[in-house]
Design a protein around this ligand. Structure first.
Ligand SMILES: O=P(O)(O)OC[C@@H](O)[C@@H](O)c1c[nH]c2ccccc12
Length: 273
């Protein structure tokens, strides 16, 4: 990659402004791909700094029931990888925020790694998260992504040993995604991981921004988590808000409202760290 990625620049600008980032996850294709474009527009306008779009998959092993069900609905509604890339193009017309695609490896591998990286970057994707791709297997995709100016975002968990953290940190770009709990995506009443110790351990190996995600569902949890990271990720709570609405217009408003509440909580900290 020549120079810093759009994702890195976005997070650096936030840091310089004394602000915490908000990454909003939405499952692509639920309810329908046109609906996704509408929802992402609202979420971006409401104050999300980065958009993470999930590619629905039949075996979403890292996902809890809310995103599993959204994936199943999206597949039933006909979402495909080419269709999602088309939706990304549409999103890019109405939203200037950096965009990440989260997807399991199988559909990407079948599409062809180089073909996928090329098609994703042409569509306007800035980074990829592939949760079932172990670090040892990331090289072909990382190289293909990097060549196209995209970051491959690595995930680390509280149980990731130091020697593995060190290797991951050496390859990572954009930011490192710190999984706040050992388990799947989804709302939790409490995050009982020692986040200070966990993120402190990750920071020993990297100067990249850290994002914390899994289990953050509202303003209070986001505010608490933000003390230990540069950006928080909110997924299942938004996907649930979308699922509870009867159409995409209502879903856009509901998701936007939740993002606005979380944004306000994060901004209440501005400059105080
Ligand atoms: O849903 P949560 O608990 O808010 O967690 C974020 C998450 O949804 C999003 O980043 C994500 C959705 N599916 C994933 C799979 C792996 C890693 C991350 C993800």
């Amino acid at each position: 990659m020549t120079g810093r990625s759009r994702i890195a620049k976005c997070l650096e600008n936030l840091r310089a402004a004394g602000k915490k980032g908000l990454i909003a996850f939405i499952t692509a294709g639920d309810p329908g791909l046109a609906g996704t474009v509408e929802i992402v527009r609202h979420v971006a306008e409401a104050g999300a700094d980065l958009i993470e779009l999930g590619i629905p998959f039949s075996d979403p092993i890292a996902d809890g029931p809310v995103i599993q069900m959204a994936s199943a609905r999206a597949l039933a509604a006909g979402a495909t990888l080419p269709g999602i890339l088309e939706a990304v193009r549409e999103i890019k017309k109405v939203c200037t925020k950096p965009l990440l695609l989260m997807g399991y490896y199988n559909p990407i591998y079948r599409f062809g790694i180089r073909q996928f990286a090329a098609a994703a970057s042409v569509a306007g994707v800035d980074g990829l998260i592939v949760p079932d791709l172990p670090y040892e297997e990331t090289r072909p995709l990382r190289e293909a992504a990097t060549e196209k100016g995209m970051d491959l975002i690595y995930l680390v968990a509280p149980v990731t040993p130091d020697r593995r953290l060190m290797k991951i940190a050496a390859e990572a770009s954009g930011f490192i995604y710190c999984i706040s709990v050992t388990g799947v995506t989804g709302a939790r009443r409490e995050i009982d991981t020692d986040l200070a110790a966990f993120t402190g351990r990750v920071r020993r190996y990297t100067a990249l921004p850290l994002a914390l995600g899994f289990g953050i569902s509202g303003p209070e949890q986001a505010l608490k988590a933000s003390a230990y990271c540069d950006a928080v990720v909110v997924g299942s709570a938004l996907v649930k808000a979308v699922a509870e609405c009867s159409d995409a217009a209502a879903a856009g408003l509901a998701a936007g409202q939740l993002v606005a509440r979380i944004r306000a909580a994060l901004d209440s900290l501005k400059g105080s760290f």
